[in-house]
Each structure stands twice: as C-alpha cells, then as structure tokens.
Design a protein around this ligand. Structure first.
Ligand SMILES: NC(=O)C1=CN([C@@H]2O[C@H](COP(=O)(O)OP(=O)(O)OC[C@H]3O[C@@H](n4cnc5c(N)ncnc54)[C@H](O)[C@@H]3O)[C@@H](O)[C@H]2O)C=CC1
Ligand SMILES: CC(=O)C(C)=O
Length: 267
C-alpha cells in the first residue's frame, strides 16, 4: 500500500460516554453516520442496551465496541480510551456525555448527593479531558473534546441546584481546558441542550410531581410549552451540534458552550 492509500484508509474513532441510551445513543449513531467508528461507553449494567447500540452502528457500516466504565472513576476512563484506541485503531474525538440529574429543594441537598453528582457530572469531564488529551498527544492527533452541559449551565434552575452547579462547572472547565490545550491544536467545546425527551426527563418529571403535587407529565408539558420552537427536543437535535463540533466545519471553534434548546435561553 502506498503512503497516500494508507492515509486515505485511516479510520476516525470517537468515544461517547453514556451511549447506552438517550442523548448518548443519538450522538453515537450520528457520529457513526458521519464516518466514525465508535466506543460505546456506559455502566456495566447497561451492557444489553449498549449491545443494541453497537449493532445499530454496525448496521451503518462502522465498527463499534462496548466498554463498561464508571465515568466518575479516572482509571475507568483512561482504560476506556486505551481500549478504544487499541481495538478500533485510532482516537480522534471524546464526547463526555454521561450525567445524572438530581431534583431536590436547595435546603435539602445532602453532602452525599452533592459529592455523587459532582463525581459523575464534573470529575468525569476532568478525567475525560485529561485521558483524551494524553491519547491525542501520544498519537500526534489534533483531537476534539466535547462535553455535555445544559441550559442549566447558563441559568440556575430551582430544584435543580446541585445539577445546575455541576453544569456551570462543565462550562468553566470547557473554557479553561480549551485555552490550555489550544497550543496542541486540540479543541474543547460543550453542548447545552434544553428539555430532551429521555429517561432523565421522565425521572425529573416524576420527582417534580412528588414535590409539587402536579400530575405525572404536567411538569414536562409546562416546560415544553416554554420552548419557542414549540416541541420537545430529541437526541437527534443534540447530536447535530455534536457532529458539528466533531467535524471539519468547527476547526476554528473552541471554548464554546452552544445552546441547543429550541429557543429557551439567549446568549
Ligand atoms: N435530558 C435532558 O433534558 C438534558 C440532558 N442533558 C445532559 O445530557 C447528558 C445525557 O442525558 P440523557 O441522555 O438525557 O440522560 P439518560 O439518563 O437518558 O442517559 C444517561 C446515560 O449515562 C449513563 N451513566 C450515568 N452515570 C454513569 C456513570 N457513572 N458512568 C457511565 N455512564 C453513566 C447512564 O447509564 C445512561 O445510559 C447528561 O449529561 C445530561 O445532564 C443536558 C440538558 C438536558
Ligand atoms: C435535564 C436538564 O438539563 C434540564 C435543564 O432539564
């Protein structure tokens, strides 16, 4: 094979955390349709769902593997990045998507809850950025780092206090890491969805009902009514923005958190 043929046959690899369901699944499928081979990362108990996502990616003609990992643990993320690069043959993009919500009046937030949400939503982003930057440097790549923020990274939402704080942190980490990694040609950005119809909002709606007594579905309905474009957001709406950040048209974009919320907040 000539050097030109070898270069043309180089594959691109993206690792997506929390890709067993919801927004992460949507991102994994979109990046696969963009031509990436995908490491589908999720908690071990999600293996069956993740295997379904792996099959969907393979049906798009790309390679995929499932990697069981807890993103709050640095060693798990480093091992996941190593496996993705070793088994899929490259490493170009990390999407730090996995996250949890907590619905709790401010005065009732416990130390244990605060530590848990920061470990999963914030520490994971630090570990993901560090692990990806190290792998890009090892491979001589100008990679892309993309993380999940939220409308709650721009405006604090009542009853989502710890969650809002964790997402403000993701926006801050994105700004700092983008400046430190820019000399290596690595870009760091974040996406900020609004109200996306996933398991996370089913849980938020249920918990809000318990707190304010509204019927199941009512809190979700009222939030969706505040969206200018008049419909709930889908994982595919979010995936389009991630595809942009991962693709050639975003080569000169870094340090940004892009609202993709159908018109809820305005920067
Ligand atoms: N659903 C929404 O309305 C919005 C979601 N987001 C953010 O988007 C991201 C994805 O959210 P959804 O898909 O809606 O949530 P989801 O709850 O449907 O899916 C989250 C996925 O992350 C995985 N996960 C959770 N903890 C993990 C851990 N410690 N290690 C590895 N994987 C873990 C879960 O197993 C699950 O597959 C989250 O960061 C969330 O905060 C942001 C704005 C709005
Ligand atoms: C889940 C989430 O980020 C919001 C603000 O609903």
């Amino acid at each position: 094979m000539t050097m030109a043929e070898n270069k043309a046959s180089e594959n691109k690899v993206a690792l997506v955390t929390g890709a067993g369901q919801g927004i992460g699944r949507g991102i994994a499928l979109k990046l696969a349709s963009d031509g990436f081979d995908i490491a589908v990362v999720d908690l071990p108990f999600q293996e069956e769902k993740a295997a379904g996502v792996v099959s969907e990616i393979e049906a798009l003609g790309r390679k995929a593997i499932f990697v069981g990992a807890d993103v709050s643990k640095k060693d798990d993320i480093v091992a996941a990045v190593d496996r993705a690069a070793a088994e899929l043959g490259s490493f170009d993009v990390i999407v730090n998507n996995a996250g949890i919500a907590q619905v709790k009046p401010f005065e009732e937030i416990t130390e244990e809850e605060l530590n848990k949400i920061f470990a999963i939503n914030v520490n994971s982003v630090v570990w993901g950025i560090q692990a990806a930057a190290a792998k890009f440097t090892e491979l001589g790549k100008k990679g892309r780092i993309i993380s999940a923020a939220s409308i709650a990274s721009v405006k604090g939402f009542p009853i989502l206090g710890a969650y809002s704080a964790s997402k403000f942190a993701v926006r801050g980490l994105t700004q700092v890491a983008s400046q430190e990694l820019a000399p290596k040609g690595i870009t760091v950005n974040a996406y900020a969805p609004g109200i996306v119809g996933t398991g996370m909002w089913d849980e938020i709606d249920k918990r809000l009902s318990e707190i304010n007594g509204k019927p199941i579905g009512q809190n979700l309905k009222e939030n969706v009514e505040s969206i200018s474009l008049g419909r709930i957001e889908t994982p595919e709406d979010v995936a389009g923005v991630v595809s942009f950040f991962a693709g050639p048209n975003a080569a000169y974009v870094t340090g940004q958190t892009l609202l993709v919320d159908g018109g809820m907040l305005y920067s």
